[in-house]
Design a protein around this ligand. Structure first.
Ligand SMILES: Cc1ncc(COP(=O)(O)O)c(C=O)c1O
Length: 305
């Protein structure tokens, strides 16, 4: 209270949706708190304290928290050498330095029926930043995006913050958490920009077969939408399905692959990720209305730094 009147802070009003004028504030607040951690903490709080059995946390997304998991010493040495060389202290290109983009393209080329070039690769601050850049680039007035349910809630939070409407499609629990492609078709309209798939899946742990990924690409082609493939858990696959990169089907529908070294190399704190365009037919690049030209992505990325 100041002089008997209640002080109004406008940033508070924007956060709860009263003043931003677009009615999206509630969705933003909801998306901001709806993280898997909230659920995990609620479960932990409600455990029977009398029960002495040891607890194995299967919901932990940071392998480096466990001392038995340590990245390879070659990776640590490379970082130390790079720092000591003094060659990397200046501002670099916002899409990443060429040797790193080349290395990522080379790594992701493995198993693809065509070759990625370093120009297809944009380096980001972990996969989370790749999600932010991609959704920022896609958000146009009225546009919507298809997200899986259950899914990784960061997508919902990022979409809400960019006024990008979210439409959830179901994952089929009795079919290995496959995408409900019928639901995808019924949810899509001419304002739908993309479908997000997370493979290997978080939180369900599914690994999609080659055939299912191909069907997703064919559906995306039929609907005229882009596939965003979150492969942050790529190559960390258990079970009978081997991991197949969505980029394999980039000639059916354009694919933006998001990934990072966080999980497979056990270094989430290093914040090194990527956004890679798999589009051998140049659908994105040749489209007059497309917003995904590398130069534009670079501008978008630059604006976030
Ligand atoms: C599906 C998914 N995407 C992206 C991320 C973020 O990855 P990063 O730590 O590289 O930002 C995570 C982290 O848990 C994740 O589970």
């Amino acid at each position: 209270m100041e002089n008997g009147t209640k002080k109004v802070w406008h940033f508070q009003a924007a956060a709860n949706g009263a003043a931003n004028g677009n009615g999206n504030g509630k969705a933003r607040s909801k998306a901001a708190v709806a993280t898997i951690r909230e659920v995990r903490f609620a479960l932990m709080d409600n455990l029977n304290k009398e029960d002495q059995r040891p607890l194995i946390e299967l919901g932990h997304g940071d392998p480096s928290s466990f001392p038995c998991f340590r990245t390879d010493s070659a990776a640590e040495d490379a970082i130390v050498d790079a720092v000591r060389s003094g060659k990397f202290n200046s501002y670099g290109p916002s899409a990443g330095i060429l040797p790193a983009r080349r290395a990522i393209a080379g790594y992701l080329n493995n198993g693809l029926p065509y070759e990625l070039s370093p120009e297809d690769v944009f380096m980001t601050l972990g996969c989370a930043h790749a999600i932010e850049v991609t959704l920022t680039t896609l958000a146009r007035p009225g546009s919507n995006i298809l997200l899986p349910r259950p899914g990784y809630p960061y997508y919902d939070a990022c979409a809400a913050n960019r006024n990008l409407e979210v439409r959830h499609y179901g994952l089929l629990s009795d079919h290995g958490w496959e995408v409900d492609l019928e639901a995808v078709e019924s949810l899509t309209d001419h304002n739908t920009a993309a479908i997000v798939i997370v493979n290997p899946g978080n939180p369900c742990g599914n690994v999609y077969s080659y055939e299912h990924l191909k069907k997703i690409a064919e559906t995306a082609r039929k609907l005229g939408i882009l596939v965003i493939a979150d492969e942050v858990y790529g190559h960390l696959a258990f079970g009978s399905n081997p991991f197949v990169a969505m980029g394999v089907f980039g000639s059916i529908a354009p694919v933006i692959t998001l990934g990072s070294i966080s999980k497979r190399w056990i270094v989430p704190g290093w914040r090194l990720g990527w956004l890679v365009i798999s589009d051998p037919n140049n659908v994105l690049r040749n489209s007059g209305v497309c917003l995904f030209k590398p130069t534009l992505l670079e501008i978008k990325t630059r604006s976030l730094f």
